[in-house]
Design a protein around this ligand. Structure first.
Ligand code: HEM
Length: 406
């Protein structure tokens, strides 16, 4: 049973300012913390989240996995944006989840990620060419996001020339208004515009038929239990892959650049030995996990730490806390490119584990490796950086750096 005086509220200003001291107290004092206000449980230790996520029969994702949905504070979306992720794999339980995910899986396997490596490298080198002579650049906007959106579009089968249109809308989508947790008007408008575009594109592809060997093609051309997927379901999955593929990776890459800026000795080690880059990227994934939490609803009673989670209650997995759990990672609060953690929770675990994990690692390792080879010395202009700190995400949305032009 938990014994804590802590009043944990992920929508509080205190949480947005710095969640890590709160995570520490939760892990130590109340690893299964119940919030009466939201009728929701919070799991904060690595092993507990690992177990809960894999034991998916006790939990359902179909009532929504976003923190605002689990906490019951989500606004009704406008009709043009409804069904946003509901019919996507991130909103489905097995067995339907398994079937839809199987259609997409071939486009995300390690071999598929390897096939995308040459394209990724040439995109990254091109963006670095543009940056290198300037002596100042933005790691998120000039480099990482331009790469991640193009790789996501390639996998899905979306036109590359729409990349900037998508980036602008995705960037506003996760901004919050003055409450700190509500989407802004502009963000909602961005969703509506992106959905409008995808709705027309998918209808047009369906009319034409034979959509090709892409993730969207697989959704358009296949049947599940004898029925074709609806255009709304296809749009939900395409949006999920596009947003998931574009949004998160730049936050990890910029975290890696930021942390290596704070630790010049570790940066020098990576420059001297590029073989260290995958371990450095893995450490950035662990240390600065952007997605703070996602959740489920309890489907049948689940017991942990002497507490009983009852059907209908919410449960939120505090990923970023799990990745700093001292029970799993010795000296967890230290950023250390030599760490080589055998497992992390940055991509989740269990059936909903990130579909893009292999692609993300491939992109991240190429981005970081090429970046350090081209710009081994730099200064992070932290005061000009912009950080998103909400209940959902924590990470740089803009991170300018200065370096000797070349
Ligand atoms: C560093 C980058 C990334 C991080 C940190 C990340 C993180 C996550 C997390 C935490 C989940 C939920 C896992 C769960 O509930 O167990 C997820 C799911 C997902 N991600 Fe990623 N992701 C990244 C990159 C990508 C990329 C590049 C793509 C696609 C191109 C992608 C597509 C997806 C999809 C489709 C799902 C839903 C999977 C399902 O519900 O079955 N992600 N991701």
């Amino acid at each position: 049973m938990s014994e804590t005086t802590l009043e944990f509220d992920p929508l509080s200003a205190e949480f947005r300012a710095d969640p890590f001291p709160l995570y520490q107290r939760l892990r130590d004092e109340a690893p299964a913390y119940y919030s009466r206000k939201y009728d929701t449980w919070f799991l904060s230790r690595f092993d507990d989240i690992w177990a809960a996520e894999r034991d998916f029969r006790h939990f359902t994702i179909e009532a929504g996995q976003m923190p605002n949905q689990v906490l019951g504070v989500a606004d009704e979306p406008p009709p043009e944006a409804s069904g946003a992720l509901g019919a996507a794999i991130a909103g489905l339980d097995p067995p339907r989840h398994t079937k839809v995910r199987a259609l997409l899986a071939p486009h995300f396997k390690p071999a598929a990620a390897r096939r995308l490596a040459p394209l990724t490298r040439s995109l990254v080198r091109g963006f670095l060419d543009e940056m290198a002579g300037r002596g100042e650049a933005d790691v998120v906007l000039d480099l990482a996001m331009r790469t991640s959106v193009r790789i996501a579009c390639t996998i899905i089968g979306l036109p590359l020339e729409m990349s900037d249109f998508f980036v602008e809308r995705i960037n506003t989508m996760f901004q919050r208004d003055e409450t700190g947790y509500r989407q802004t008007e502009a963000g909602m408008q961005g969703v509506v515009e992106m959905f409008g575009y995808l709705t027309e594109l998918i209808a047009e592809q369906r009319r034409r038929g034979n959509a090709g060997d892409t993730a969207m093609g697989a959704l358009l051309d296949s049947e599940i239990d004898g029925e074709r997927l609806s255009e709304a379901d296809i749009r939900a999955n395409v949006s999920l892959m596009l947003i998931g593929g574009t949004e998160t990776l730049p936050k990890v890459l910029s975290a890696a650049v930021y942390r290596l800026g704070q630790h010049p000795d570790q940066r020098a080690a990576c420059v001297a030995d590029p073989g260290l880059v995958p371990a450095a990227f893995q450490e950035a994934l662990r240390y600065d996990m952007p997605t703070q939490m996602l959740g489920r609803r309890v489907a049948s009673t689940w017991e942990i730490h002497g507490e009983s989670l009852e059907p209908g209650q919410g449960v939120l997995y505090l990923w970023a806390s799990a990745n700093r759990d001292e029970r799993e990672f010795p000296d967890a609060a230290r950023f250390d490119v030599q760490r080589r953690a055998p497992r992390i929770l940055t991509f989740g675990a269990g059936p909903h584990m990130c579909l893009g994990a292999h692609v993300a690692r491939m992109e991240g390792e190429i981005l970081l490796g090429e970046f350090l080879a081209r710009i081994p010395e730099y200064e992070v202009l932290e005061d000009r950086g912009v950080r998103l700190c909400s209940e959902l995400f924590r990470g740089w949305v803009s991170l300018p750096i200065r370096f000797p032009p070349s």
